[in-house]
Design a protein around this ligand. Sequence first.
Ligand SMILES: [Cu+2]
Length: 408
Amino acid sequence: MVSSKKNFFKFIAMFMQKKYSLFFLPITFLFISTVVVCPEEILIPGDKKIEDGFFELSNKNKVEKELHLYVTDGYQEMADGELVYFWGYTHAKDFSDVGEIKTKEERDTKLLPIKVPGDEIRLTSGKNYVIVLHNAGWYETEKHSGINHVAHTIHFHGLDLIPAVDGVPNLPYSSVFPGEKFRYFLTIPEDLEGSYMGHCHVDTTNHLMAGLYFPLIIQKNPNEIYGYKFDREYTLLMSEVDSEYMEMLRTEGNIRRGLDWKSNYFMLNGRIFMDNLINPLSTINDPKTRIVAYEGETVLIRLMAVGYNHIYAWHPHGYHGLVIGTDGRKLSSPYEKDTLLIGSGERYDILYKIPDFSSKRGCLSCNYGPGISLAHDHNMMGMVSQGIYPHGPQTIFDIRQKSVKPEK
Ligand SMILES: [Cu+2]
């Protein structure tokens, strides 16, 4: 090896004495810097090496859980009766492995229908996880649609991971094509907690906006975050969709029309509010979106946003929330807000203390007590899905008396 290196440099020296060496000089240096200076190994080691390193780092060889996520397409009914074509992360019961999906029949029998956003994933600090992404393929598209063979990834938004499991295509791994799968090895640090998201990072304008996102929660202890205790928690993910653009993807699949996107639905946990209060698909009739609490309790809201260009303005009537964390970090100086702007990718952890009405009512008109009050997007564009007010990201705080038995 030593002698071959010697010969190599001897050859370069001889070459440099030739007249035409000036012409080749830049190429020569480029060659030398590539072969001699850069390491022979590729930047990121292969899948097996990542796995070995993962187990070595984890120090226990123990995986807390292996979760299987499947990407496919489908329809979601909105509260105004419209069926919107979406892409989504879904799964089988308990996120178990049901193998590769090859037909629509297999998909519909083995997997839950897609939901936008995808179901929340909750991981525990200090544990190891393997998340397996399966591309289950498209089954609702026109045959000639340009999206029939697209690939996907999972980007764990906010977790600051190494490139190998960061979900950016070809950095260094190819994204996951129909029929393929990919394993993401995650070691969650002991000191990490908070609110995060997962989303696809392939052709992100199309894949993210089409519905490929889900809330990801890192929890140290139940009913506690950043040292604060709470009684109940709600994850509220605000997002937008252009149902006409989605229909274009389904039929034609021209992914180069990203700038044509014009959202006509603004959603809270994938739903819109309806003025018909008993509409079962409305935000307020979803137990994950209607904020129910009892006098004297503390409620944590994990607010998240996914968007094209909409900035949401989260505004609960009657309550100032204490913002204690953002983007997976504890705030050293928490602050109170009744209107909180949130843009695509951001997360806020907000505590709402519901006073005990009987002992802490401050004034006759203060809205602290049992009853219902509104919470909505104060960016008015968001409050007009399909052009109709108040069909947007709006829900209610439903505060109940202590004497009524709480439903945990
Ligand atoms: Cu994707």
